[in-house]
Design a protein around this ligand. Structure first.
Ligand SMILES: Cc1cc2nc3c(=O)[nH]c(=O)nc-3n(C[C@H](O)[C@H](O)[C@H](O)COP(=O)(O)O)c2cc1C
Length: 179
């Protein structure tokens, strides 16, 4: 079936991350992002695409820092709380009943319930279409010990994937050996 080109994003299940930031006054903010990807090994760069009106982008512009929180399926329902349009400087982390944990390299907090974290400083940003591509240099990457066995342990971490709206997924681990 041929789709409206604007429905292109419904054709893959993307890793759903939560990006946490802090305002210059130190009030935390968090929002889910499924438009995200690794961009560079050296320096290590990770990017998200944000609607330019989001508080996340405002905080990153003003503080040049953010944290990418990798979340598992058990936080799936929380995404609908985190995505609500709360007034600026209302902490979605608190509204969602999640735990704010201090980061090691940036002022933006981590979300304690995540299974892995990337602490990032703003590397570059560019308007692309109706989003801003925000690239962050990864200053620190950390994962829960029990969710890592040479690579992320998919069976344990159950990384949350997002397709569209209320449609989510969880991946199955498979190892395809090279011939
Ligand atoms: C699972 C999920 C994924 C989302 N992915 C994105 C995304 O990649 N980019 C984006 O701009 N908004 C995305 N959104 C919408 C934002 O999370 C939402 O508008 C949020 O309120 C923005 O918060 P902020 O203004 O505090 O930054 C997503 C929402 C959900 C539920």
């Amino acid at each position: 079936m041929e789709l409206n080109p604007a429905a292109f994003y419904k054709l893959n299940a993307r890793c759903c991350v939560v990006v946490s930031t802090a305002s210059p006054r130190g009030i935390s903010n968090a929002a889910p992002f499924s438009f995200n990807m690794p961009v560079s090994f050296s320096p290590p760069i990770f990017a998200i695409a944000s609607n330019p009106g989001h508080d996340t982008w405002r905080n990153i512009r003003e503080t040049r820092e953010f944290v990418v929180n990798f979340v598992g399926e058990e936080l799936g329902e929380k995404m609908h709380i985190l995505e609500r349009d709360y007034p600026y400087e209302v902490s979605e982390i608190k509204e969602a009943g999640l735990t704010e944990v201090p980061s090691k390299k940036v002022k933006a907090p981590r979300i304690g319930e995540a299974y892995a974290w990337l602490e990032c400083s703003l590397y570059d940003a560019k308007e692309l279409g109706d989003h801003v591509l925000i690239a962050g240099e990864v200053l620190l990457a950390e994962v829960r010990d029990e969710c890592y066995d040479r690579v992320v342990d998919v069976a344990r971490a159950k990384p949350l994937l997002h397709i569209s709206g209320e449609y989510f997924g969880v991946p199955l681990a498979r190892k395809f050996r090279r011939a």
